[in-house]
Design a protein around this ligand. Structure first.
Ligand SMILES: [Zn+2]
Ligand SMILES: [Zn+2]
Length: 177
C-alpha cells in the first residue's frame, strides 16, 4: 500500500496523520505468511507520519481481524490484534555503510512515497504466538481416526497399537501427494 509523502520529505518537523481502514489486499497478494488463515474485514491504520532528518518516521497502531488455525485441532480462531509500530523509512541513497538493507523501509520513487506493506505484515507476525491453540486444554485430533477429541471421544487413546487391519498399509510405499 503506497502512501505519497512528497510534502513531508525534507521538511523535518512536519507531521501528518494517516487514519484509514483499508481492505487487506491493499498490502499485496497473500502477504500474511502461513500462520494466518485469513485477514477479515478492514485493516485499521491509526498512524502518524513524522518528517525527520533521516526520512519519514511512521508510528502508531495497526488493527487486524485475523483468523488462525488451532495447532492441535485446526479449528478456526478469530482474534482482533492491535499492533504498535514505529519504523523509519529512509532515503536509500543516504543509508550509512554497514546499515542493514531493508527495501521494505525505504523511500520510493525519488523519495516521494512509502509502501506500508512490509510494515503491516511484519508488525502482525512479530506479535503472533508461534503456536496458536483454541484453548490451553485443547485435546486435538485423534492420531488414528482424525476425530476432534474436543467434540467426541472416539475411544482411541494415544500410544495404542495401530489397528491390525491397517498395519499392512504402513508397509506400503505410497507416493506422497
Ligand atoms: Zn484446538
Ligand atoms: Zn480415534
Amino acid at each position: 500500500m503506497r502512501v505519497p509523502v512528497v510534502e513531508l520529505v525534507g521538511q523535518p518537523g512536519e507531521t501528518r496523520e494517516l487514519t484509514r481502514a483499508v481492505p487487506p489486499d491493499a498490502f499485496g497478494e497473500d502477504p500474511w505468511g502461513p500462520t494466518i488463515t485469513a485477514v477479515h474485514g478492514r485493516v485499521e491504520l491509526a498512524l502518524h507520519l513524522d518528517s525527520v532528518v533521516e526520512g519519514i518516521l511512521v508510528r502508531g497502531t495497526i488493527g487486524y481481524e485475523i483468523e488462525l488455525a488451532c495447532a492441535r485441532c485446526l479449528t478456526a480462531k478469530h482474534e482482533h490484534v492491535q499492533c504498535q509500530v514505529a519504523e523509519l523509512f529512509v532515503d536509500p541513497l543516504k543509508r550509512e555503510e554497514g546499515e542493514e538493507d531493508d527495501p521494505g523501509y525505504e523511500l520510493l520513487d525519488d523519495n516521494t512515497a512509502i509502501d506500508l506493506s512490509t510494515l503491516a505484515r511484519d508488525s502482525l507476525l512479530i506479535d503472533l504466538p508461534v503456536r496458536v491453540l483454541c484453548s490451553e486444554d485443547c485435546l486435538g485430533l485423534c492420531e488414528r481416526c482424525g476425530a476432534d477429541r474436543n467434540v467426541a471421544d472416539c475411544g482411541h487413546r494415544p500410544g495404542q497399537e495401530p489397528d491390525p487391519r491397517w498395519a499392512k498399509l504402513t508397509e506400503l510405499d505410497l507416493p506422497i501427494e
